[in-house]
Design a protein around this ligand. Sequence first.
Ligand code: GLU
Length: 451
Amino acid sequence: METRVRFAPSPTGALHIGGGHTALFNWLWARHTKGKFILRIEDTDRERSTQEYEETIMSGMRWLGLEWDEGPDRGGAFGPYRQSERLSMYRENAEKLVAEGKAYRDGEAIVFRVLPGVELSFDDVVYGRIETTSDGLRDRESGDLKDIVLIKSDGMPTYNYAVVIDDHFMEITHVIRGEDHISNTPKQLLLYGAFGWAPPFFAHLPMILGRDKKKLSKRHGATSVYEYRDMGYMPDSVFNFLANLGWSAGEDANGASREIFTRDEAAGFFELSRVTRKAAVFDPDKLNYISQEHLKRLDPVVRLDLIKPFWREAGLPVERHDNAYLADALTLMGGRGQTARELAGFSDYYVSFEPVKGRWNADEISDELRAGLKEFFSALLSEPEWSAEKLEARARAWVEAKGAKMKDYAMTLRFALTGMKVSPGIFEVSELLGRDEVRRRLEFYEFVPRL
Ligand code: GLU
């Protein structure tokens, strides 16, 4: 039997971390089993649902690389895929239960009659056996069994009812969703039973907590998937990070845990039965680490495409340089930068001298050091072969001859070229910037006479 799973967001907000996590696990299971991933829009809350939110959720999913096989935008044999377009199905099926005496009318509403003692236990793929009966549906205060509204007086189905109709008719095999829905599952099982339908498998996903072990919320920082994009995280990194929440990809052949992986690798390794029950902690340091690892592994050309928008956003004249030079600059940055935004900031001086001037004004250079620096820089600029190796050799020979400290001189060169205290090897940076640009920067600080 082909696996069919669904992500069923309500379009009442952007795609949040929790929703992205649920969508991702559904996607993983569909891809792992070569089944189908369905997007269903649960827009029965007419006041809070908007077309705009539906679109942001879809573009958030696309950004994460979670393409679906059936959905409101692409159709499929089990549509429509928006609940607001399925109202006649909800009504027809509720009418059947009324005809069978299992539900009754209450004004305009249709209500399901809950009988005592109905067995509603199930084996959750993640949480294991959950034992309960319809007696668990009693009202806490009065102790009476509470009937379940199927269709509200405004004609809209309730969540617990619509989800059963849809999961049944869309032939969903596995319902993978947040553990906050475990408590809804018995009600849904009751309805499956009333219709005489076999329920799907249920796999509830652990909650995501902040580092303070409280439910993830705005207080913990960015909650929408798009905020992470804007901070400079790559989709592959966010995907990898979310996949590691409540699941781990096991170990490789050498016994090392597989922490960094691609989408396709994750789909290969994924096992629903290995999802943990323990709440997962959203650790921003972990995200940064994963992000840095993905950045390092990027092909230089792809990395350049990723960084350019952040340089442009900072007003840097990206178009003035050729791609080979800029890609070399990023390669020289080695593994520096945890996000695209950070790497772009750390490497701005390759694109323009302007940010360097803004960061450093040579104020702390004493007159005495300045005299030495002038000689030092003139010696460097007169090096006939402009390579990192030759420049370094010449610098070493010069400081040795003068009995000076390399640190003072190399550090000043670093500040004059980058405006920063840390950078890749400053002679490598000098080589890449080129003799003319290095001269221009040293002239600006009056370390060498203007030509
Ligand atoms: N619309 C529901 C939600 O967003 C779907 C829950 C489910 O997957 O059954 O929570």
